[in-house]
Design a protein around this ligand. Structure first.
Ligand SMILES: *Cc1c(COP(=O)(O)O)cnc(C)c1O
Length: 371
């Protein structure tokens, strides 16, 4: 029996930069500043430079990042925030945590992302419940950015704030512009399995707005003002660990190369699988970071295919088996429309092993097992 194929291979990356990472960790331990300090500031500058945003504000994780964005804009009780129905729970959870109401809207089968055509129905559903529509949170699912031209146009026309949940897409490009600069506020996550992941929890917000950046910096440390013990707003305790910042700095140095490697892996999948299953497509003027390589298997065959792959030693994952509007804690929230595409996708999607170090031989085994 050949080697087991990992779903995401963090060990190969670790071997590649073990020397750099171990030295960075040792430096933090020697210096003795475990919270904030120069390593966090240096990483924030590097992160902002990487994507071209003016400000990067790091925080505890990607869920907190969304919550901080909503808090900074004073979104809460009586407000509605439109979110795609087909996403990770955290997108809607952050909305509920600030006391606002998530309104689930339709997604597109072609790229799994929010369907701008469904936003109007979401606004109507919110108003029908006596809520004030305040914001849209777009999610760049599986690493491909949503259509930010259409989203910005809709949000501007309707007086809504656009937040980009880029937990899966940091490093991606939309029509020549990098994720982090596509919406007034972008949030991301450094959970280990994300394209840019640390060795624990971490997150960040990106913006060009100096005033918003200052508010976010206050909010992430208990709402502190210029006097540390005169807090000027209710905030959170949500800082990025200094160790994680040092680790992320090393990982960011090879991130562009890893994104290139992911393109090669995705292209090999597309070539080998294009005639067997529905493979994901990326518009020619966009670059996905392939947080997941998610195929679609229609006609109720998905679970059988996944079981066959498992027998062949190929791990797969289903993101997401249940859309938000069908989850226990969320089903009482309003929906904009029937959400038929979202329902259909949850029965068809299957994510295959995907990481920059997936070699041709392993991919050939995966492809063969799909026959
Ligand atoms: C991972 C993820 C989050 C949450 O990030 P954490 O760092 O785990 O809190 C939010 N939204 C999406 C779309 C995600 O994939």
């Amino acid at each position: 029996m050949s080697e087991p194929i990992p779903f995401i291979d963090l060990a190969t990356q670790r071997r590649r930069i073990a020397g750099e990472i171990d030295a960075a960790i040792a430096r933090v331990l020697e210096r003795g500043a475990y919270i904030s300090g120069p390593d966090v500031a240096a990483f924030e500058t590097k992160l902002a430079t990487f994507c071209g945003a003016r400000f990067a504000i790091s925080c505890g994780n990607g869920t907190d990042a969304i919550q901080l964005a909503l808090m900074a804009k004073g979104i809460g009780r009586g407000d509605a925030v439109l979110v795609p129905d087909f996403t990770f729970t955290a997108t809607a959870e952050a909305v509920a945590l600030v006391g606002a109401t998530p309104v689930f809207t339709e997604v597109q089968a072609v790229d799994f992302n929010i369907d701008t055509g469904g936003l109007e129905a979401g606004v109507r559903a919110a108003k029908g419940q006596g809520l004030v529509p305040r914001a849209v949170i777009a999610v760049d699912l599986f690493g491909l950015s949503a259509d930010y031209d259409a989203l910005n146009a809709f949000c501007e026309a309707n007086g809504l704030l656009l937040i980009a949940d880029a937990a899966q897409s940091f490093g991606a490009t939309f029509r020549g512009r990098k994720v982090g600069t596509l919406a007034p506020i972008t949030t991301t996550s450094f959970f280990p399995a994300k394209p840019l992941g640390c060795y624990g929890d971490g997150g960040a917000l990106l913006t060009d707005d100096a005033e918003l950046a200052a508010t976010l910096k206050s909010l992430r440390v208990h709402g502190q003002g210029s006097d540390k013990y005169d807090n000027i707003r209710i905030g959170m305790n949500s800082r990025l660990d200094t160790l994680q910042a040092a680790i992320l700095s090393c990982k960011l140095d090879i991130f562009a190369d890893e994104i290139d490697k992911r393109q090669i892996v995705a292209a090999r999948y597309a070539e080998a699988l294009g005639n067997k299953v529905i493979t994901p497509t990326v518009p020619s003027d966009c670059v996905s970071v392939w947080a997941q390589y998610t195929i679609r298997i229609p006609d109720g065959r998905r679970d059988v295919v996944a079981a066959n792959l498992k027998v062949a030693g190929i791990p797969t994952a289903i993101y997401y088996p249940r859309p938000l509007h069908r989850q226990t804690a969320y089903r009482h929230f309003p929906s904009g429309g029937a959400l038929a595409v979202s329902d259909r996708l949850s029965g068809e999607v299957l994510s295959l092993p995907m990481h920059p170090y997936l070699d041709e031989a392993a991919q050939a085994r995966i492809v063969a097992a799909l026959d």
